[in-house]
Write a protein that binds this ligand. Structure first.
Ligand code: FE
Length: 293
């Protein structure tokens, strides 16, 4: 039997510092996963972090805009954001909650802050859909913070399981792998004390960590340590059977992994399809009012 101690650890391939940018109506963001990494981190297309206590940085929000061909997963660490979309869904995303939206053939939605002061902090991840599902019916789930399962896999470590399975605990979103072949793992890992965390990862899954508090060490084989500093993404090599982390008290990291789709990626802004013709169709559908209706 293979135990955690004898499994091969994944090594760190590279670290990437997020890029400051603005999107929506001037919302200040750090774009962590940029388009040049879409092939490498297939099925993930984008990861943005937003975080500010200055309403000028977030007050404009994201007025009506379209999406087609993928899913958006918004994880709100702090703050309140109201979502409304063309499929008739409306929800309030707040402190610790997740919104999982399947754009499929198309939604037009707005994501607007419902606060005039205080901290707004969170993440938006874009997860690709397989070619066969890009034109599926739109779907939407609001998951309140209390409905996100938490697990304590080792002393001093608390994990919020947004999707996938962590040490036997199924996440808030856990879907059959035949229906959702990307089988995404999305964990928010809090090191409450100086501690270690180990999680199995199939070698074919593309995986990365993102440090949003403190600094995390990736324990490689033979005990070598590789560091992923604050506001850096650490891309994990596709080898080995698990990731092994070590961190000081107060560190928080996301661990995100998924099975690649290995399909062509054609993106034009908020549309992600497989071919240029499909993108042109998306633009035409949007311009003629047929997207999201
Ligand atoms: Fe959006």
């Amino acid at each position: 039997m293979t135990t955690a101690a004898t499994r091969l650890n994944r090594r760190l391939e590279k670290t990437v510092l997020g890029r400051a940018t603005r999107d929506g109506d001037g919302v200040k963001l750090t774009r962590v996963l940029t388009s040049d990494l879409q092939q490498r981190l297939d099925p993930f297309l984008m990861l943005d972090q937003f975080g500010s206590d200055d309403p000028k940085d977030y007050g404009g929000g994201f007025p009506d805009h379209p999406h087609r061909g993928f899913e958006t997963v918004t994880y709100m660490i702090a703050g309140r954001m109201r979502h409304k979309d063309s499929a008739g869904h409306e929800g309030l995303l707040q402190n610790g909650g997740v919104q999982w939206m399947t754009a499929g053939r198309g939604v037009i939605h707005s994501e607007m802050p419902e606060q005039e002061a205080g901290v707004m902090e969170g993440f938006q991840l874009w997860l690709n859909l397989p070619a066969r599902d890009k034109m599926c019916a739109p779907g939407y789930r609001d998951i309140q913070s209390e409905d996100i399962p938490e697990v304590r896999p080792s002393p001093g470590v608390q994990v919020r399981v947004i999707s996938g399975v962590c040490h036997g605990t199924a996440g808030a979103v856990h879907r059959p792998a035949d229906a959702f072949p990307t089988d995404p793992l999305y964990l928010d890992i809090h090191f409450e004390q100086d501690a270690e965390f180990v999680h199995p990862l199939a070698a074919d899954f593309n995986a990365f960590v993102y440090t949003y508090r403190g600094q995390v060490k990736i324990v490689e084989n033979m005990g070598t340590l590789a560091t992923v500093d604050l506001h850096h993404m650490g891309v994990l090599r596709n080898e080995g059977e698990q990731v092994h982390m070590q961190a000081r008290a107060g560190t928080r990291v996301l661990l995100i992994a998924g099975r690649p789709l290995r399909q062509p990626i054609a993106q034009y802004g908020p549309f992600v399809m497989n071919t240029r013709a499909e993108l042109m169709q998306a633009v035409e559908d949007f311009n003629t009012g047929r997207l999201g209706t």
